[in-house]
Design a protein around this ligand. Structure first.
Ligand code: PGA
Length: 238
């Protein structure tokens, strides 16, 4: 049996939440110190979430270290705020902010230089999947977006058509992609994201070469996030 104890759970809250929401979230959520959980709230709430003992990550950072870049946030500032991780190249950043693989690689270097671990996202559109070029497309995205050198990072495979749609990739789709990614990146933690919920998380986390999950919508529900965390412990081994 796959060892589910060591799986990584990244909660991507996207642009959701408020001070009041976080207060009420942590009145229910009791797994704050689980060291395999990383919550990525919007920037203004990093400190509030961290104050509950959670490992926190940001959802983006600048490729620059400082300067006249109004509205941007440097990786070193995130590190100062107590962040350990940063999601980079999420498909919503690629789509709404026209982020290229080259830019994401620059951001990954900036993150590593500041002491953050990048969580780099890749994934194909529905049209690419239907064309049958999904493996080649995602491998190219990965090759061009990951940092060069020896810096440690995670890679999240998130098929765009599965994000926020309730459509999860099938076990065989996930296994096919993760096997291909594993050949490219033998020692990198590989996460799956796209409509992960408490019903499908266990199966997904048991799929070969899946080291964890990146959870969006379901991570905003404390009971659902606790249920997903519970799956990390194999039955009979609690
Ligand atoms: P979802 O989002 O779980 O709501 O599909 C995942 C993500 O975009 O990271």
């Amino acid at each position: 049996m796959e060892d589910l104890v060591s799986k990584i759970i990244v909660a991507n809250w996207k642009m959701n939440g408020s001070g009041e929401f976080i207060h009420s979230f942590f009145s229910t959520f009791t797994n704050s110190t689980d060291n395999r959980l990383i919550i990525c709230p919007p920037y203004p709430y990093l400190s509030q979430v961290k104050s509950h003992g959670v490992t926190v990550g940001a959802q983006d950072c600048s490729q620059h270290t400082s300067g006249a870049f109004t509205g941007d946030i440097a990786a070193s500032m995130l590190h100062d705020m107590g962040c350990s991780y940063v999601i980079l190249g999420h498909s919503e950043r690629r789509q709404y902010h026209a982020e290229s693989n080259a830019l994401i690689r620059e951001k990954a270097h900036a993150a590593l230089d500041a002491g953050l671990t990048p969580i780099i996202c890749v994934g194909e559109s529905r049209a690419i999947r239907e064309s049958g070029n999904h493996i080649e497309t995602v491998l190219n995205q990965a090759k061009e977006s990951i940092p060069s050198g020896t810096g440690k990072f995670m890679l999240a495979y998130e098929p765009i058509w599965a994000i926020g749609t309730g459509l999860t990739a099938s076990e065989s789709d996930i296994a096919e992609m993760h096997t291909a990614l594993r050949h490219l990146l033998p020692t990198t933690p590989l996460l799956y994201g796209g409509s992960v919920n408490k019903e499908n998380a266990k199966t997904i986390m048991s799929t070969p070469d899946v080291d964890g999950v990146l959870v969006g919508g379901a991570s905003l529900k404390p009971d659902d996030l606790m249920a997903i965390l519970d799956f990390k412990t194999p039955l009979g081994n609690r």
